[in-house]
Design a protein around this ligand. Structure first.
Ligand code: 6GU
Length: 225
């Protein structure tokens, strides 16, 4: 999978993909992420990419020309499956959307800043909008990093048995069960016996029960879906 990201603060995306599973995905050649500074397509020598909003009101809006020129140029190299705009007023991101995006070949992600991007770019270019939750971030970059991480780890071959996504929280609309490692007795608090007795079938049943119970207690909304 290839992911292009358009941003006015590329520095914010320097680190998130350089470690752990995202790093391995790129080393294995399963994922490439390229960040593009929108100022490269600025309309004048002041590197301007934003302007006051028509109708008045506080806050700048990202201008249509730099974005359109950036997208047009990037589109000469590849055909995008989705052009995604990161915005708090988009539909909320979830595991199902991550699964869906993990099957795509080429994604373009636009990070908004200030008051957002000119509406005409949303109408003419954007094919999918994503919010990562009901709170406002100063820009779309951290949200884009969240999406790239959630999607990237699902690309076939990125995870091995040890990190398998099959048992992740949300993969079947259930939260993950509790997990334990050594020591079996930590300051008097013991690991549930089922897990140390070595009966895989019983362990599986226990984990499923725990998942159900956790989901009922913490996220009953998931069970309604
Ligand atoms: Cl995608 N962008 C911004 N700026 N804030 C957010 C968000 C995105 N998702 C939740 N809050």
């Amino acid at each position: 999978m290839h992911i292009d990201i358009i941003t006015v603060v590329p520095e914010l995306l320097d680190s998130p993909f350089g470690h752990s599973i995202m790093k391995r995905a790129q080393e294995k050649g399963l994922l490439t992420v390229a960040c593009h500074n929108l100022r490269k397509w600025a309309i004048n020598k002041h590197m301007q990419v934003d302007d006051y909003q028509f109708g008045g009101g506080a806050g700048m809006v990202m201008m249509p020309e730099p974005l359109a020129n950036a997208i047009d140029e990037l589109q000469t190299d590849r055909k995008y499956d989705q052009i995604i705009y990161m915005t708090p007023d988009g539909p909320r991101f979830n595991q199902q959307r991550a699964n869906q995006l993990s099957m795509m070949e080429n994604l373009l992600i636009i990070c908004g800043h200030y008051k957002g991007i000119d509406e005409r770019i949303r109408q003419q270019y954007v094919t999918m909008e994503i919010s990562i939750g009901d709170y406002v971030l100063s820009g779309g970059e951290l949200a884009a990093a969240v999406v790239v991480d959630a999607v990237g780890r699902l690309i076939p071959g990125v995870l091995n048995d040890e990190t398998s996504a099959l048992f992740d929280s949300f993969q079947d609309n259930l939260l993950a069960p509790p997990v334990y490692t050594r020591p079996a007795d930590f300051r008097g608090s013991k690991v549930p016996e089922i897990l140390t007795q070595g009966d895989p079938k019983k362990v599986e049943e226990w984990r499923y029960e725990q998942s159900l119970q956790r989901t009922r207690e913490r996220r009953p909304d998931l069970l309604d879906e």
